[in-house]
Design a protein around this ligand. Structure first.
Ligand code: NDP
Length: 358
């Protein structure tokens, strides 16, 4: 059997050997009227892939095929699909389904639908399993498929499908624009996009990194101010209460200076953690009282935000800073391990799909 009955992908089968993948054949979800099959050309490696395969959040549903920053071409469309054609270049991000009927979905908050289905390590309501983008193809509901503007090169746009939208959405939802002072914590896949978006939207950007090692890059990405929180003495006092809101892209809570970050917010300012550390944050009620600040989160971004983000990227020439790796057992081992040790500037894009999947 082969496509369209089965797809192939690189699966992790044991969290103790989380960077070891094996090529397997798998059965995709049952093809529905709104589904699109995408033949994959490129896929980013997200910090979430690493949390998942390590079992850091929870034991994954093994075997798991990660990957949710996907670009490819449409090879099949269901009878109710409108606006997509065979051969069209499209992207798929970190979500593949929502009910699209509940109040949350009708409010354009489908990324918060109580029934949302992630792109991998997830199960559809009918029991079908979801498989990610380290694969030959993906089958997905058309609401979660996005046309890619011609100006955006495949390998640079792939990481935007998760890292890009996850930072774009909370920025625009919190009024990013001229006159706003915005903080970004952590220069990784998400963080480097957050700096570029905040700059492109006209904010004054404060970037918080743990050390000075990424300072030159942060300036090239567009930050106005750079703070190394593990190295600069009294950094919070020096800034004072200046920031309207902060987007935290940190993937670990180890020595995460929550009090320091909260203290530089204006009265009722917000810290929005899109980062999902495996360990809990250390918090005390007293950290919030001085400026009445808030702590919250944000999940991906809705369909309209994804389309707006891709348009903005095309207009402003924004793309990921990325390194290419071949999709293969060796390429994935290197990518997952280097992503785990924060050794990538600032995303890996997996390429060479035609070679890996005949
Ligand atoms: P990366 O590994 O690329 O980047 C993580 C960055 O976090 C590092 O580069 C580092 O920046 C920073 N960091 C690490 N430890 C700390 C710490 N203790 N204190 C402060 N900063 C720290 O990961 P991604 O960008 O791919 O993902 C980031 C997080 O976002 C992950 O937890 C991921 O699961 C989550 N995520 C959430 C989504 C959502 O919808 N909310 C969607 C996708 C991902 P530096 O070296 O500059 O200090």
């Amino acid at each position: 059997m082969a496509y369209p009955d089965t797809f192939e992908g690189f699966a992790v089968t044991d969290t103790a050997k989380w960077s070891t993948t094996k090529k397997i054949e798998f059965t995709p979800k049952t093809f529905q009227e709104h589904d699109i099959d995408v033949k994959i050309h490129a896929c980013g490696i997200c910090g979430s892939d690493v949390h998942t395969v390590c079992g850091g959040w929870a034991k994954p549903d093994l075997p798991v095929i990660p990957g949710h920053e996907i670009v490819g071409e449409v090879v099949r469309v269901g009878p109710k699909v409108e606006g997509f054609e065979i051969g069209q270049r499209v992207g798929v991000g970190a979500q593949v389904w929502a009910c699209l009927e509940c109040d949350t979905c009708k409010d354009n908050n489908e990324t918060y639908c109580p029934q949302w289905v992630d792109t991998y390590n997830a199960t559809y309501p009918d029991g079908d399993k979801a498989w990610g983008g380290y694969s030959s193809h993906i089958r997905v509901h058309d609401h979660f498929v996005f046309p890619i503007p011609d100006e955006l090169p495949t390998n640079a746009v792939a990481p935007m499908l998760c890292a890009g939208i996850t930072t774009y959405s909370p920025l625009v939802r919190n009024g990013a624009g001229p006159g706003k002072k915005v903080g970004i914590i952590g220069i990784g896949g998400l963080g480097h996009f957050a700096i570029m978006w905040a700059r492109a939207l006209g904010c004054e950007v404060y970037t918080f990194s743990r050390t000075h090692s990424k300072e030159a890059d942060a300036k090239k990405l567009g930050t106005d101010h750079f703070i190394a929180t593990w190295e600069d003495k009294d950094w919070a006092k020096k800034i004072g209460r200046k920031l309207d809101f902060i987007i935290s892209c940190g993937n670990s809570a180890t020595n995460f200076d929550m009090d320091g970050y909260l203290s530089v917010l204006k009265v009722h300012g917000k810290l929005i953690s899109v980062g999902l550390p495996e360990e809990p944050f250390t918090l005390s009620a007293g950290s919030f009282i001085k400026n009445g600040c808030y702590l919250g989160s944000s999940h991906l971004g809705n369909r309209q935000e994804m389309l707006d983000m891709l348009k903005l990227a095309a207009e402003k020439g924004i793309g990921s800073w990325y390194e290419e790796l071949p999709i293969s057992e060796e390429g994935l081992k290197e990518g997952l391990e280097r992503c785990h040790s924060n050794d990538v500037k600032y995303r890996f894009t997996l390429t060479g799909y035609d070679k890996a999947f005949k």
